[in-house]
Design a protein around this ligand. Structure first.
Ligand code: URA
Length: 214
């Protein structure tokens, strides 16, 4: 779905940063729901499929809650390579043994053309953002996930206006967005499991009403 040319560009743009591997998204290329995570981890680099590690097991459970089959959706992430830790202590270890970290804004910008293109091609009815990074990338920094999770809204998405640009701007595309927490957040805050489960029940209702509208 993402052309070879754009994949190569993505690899080139992320090369200056401490990130390893490259993973395309995965799922149904005709889906009307797109899930957007943060970045792959080591498990995903090995399986070449998004959300196949511990966070993926959580995601599968939450999808079940919403009555969603993974085969019916498309899943991608803000950054397609694994950002690894590069502090002094971590630098002593081989890259594959270093922990994951949150992508920086520069890394997010490096892979912004890939996510923009994916959204344009898939043209989803609904984008489910998993975690604060995906929400900030697509909607902007002004929203607090604690306030907006589990509630759909329509907005103009942020996108990268040109390959030379280092700043995301609001494009023309009007998009229904449904924010929820990242499935890995449960590891740090187990009470979020109930929150995400409730969000998934809301998501089911949103999908039913979108399908009724045709
Ligand atoms: N977190 C993500 O955002 N994506 C994955 O594929 C795995 C973990």
């Amino acid at each position: 779905m993402i052309s070879k040319q754009l994949q190569e560009l993505g690899k080139k743009r992320i090369a200056p940063y401490p990130c390893e591997g490259f993973l395309l998204g995965g799922g149904n290329e005709e889906a009307d729901v797109l899930f957007v995570g943060e970045a792959p981890g080591r498990d995903e680099l090995q399986t070449h499929k998004p959300f196949t590690g511990r966070a993926g097991a959580n995601l599968n459970g939450f999808l079940k809650e919403a009555g969603i089959n993974r085969e019916d959706i498309y899943i991608t992430s803000v950054v397609r390579s694994r950002p690894y830790k590069h502090d002094v202590k971590s630098s002593k270890k081989p890259i594959e043994e270093r922990g994951n970290r949150t992508p920086t804004q520069k890394e997010i910008i490096a892979h912004a053309p890939l996510l923009d293109e994916m959204i344009n091609q898939l043209d989803p009815k609904l984008i489910v953002t998993l975690g604060a990074i995906a929400l900030k990338r697509l909607v902007g920094p002004g929203l607090n996930l604690q306030d907006v999770h589990g509630k759909p809204f329509c907005t103009r998405l942020l996108q990268l206006p040109s390959l030379e640009s280092s700043k995301l701007v609001r494009g023309e595309r009007q998009q229904h967005v449904f924010p929820t927490f990242h499935p890995a957040s449960v590891f740090y805050n187990p009470t979020l499991a109930t929150t995400i489960t409730n969000d998934m029940r809301q998501l089911r209702a949103v999908l039913d009403s979108l399908h009724e509208q045709g």
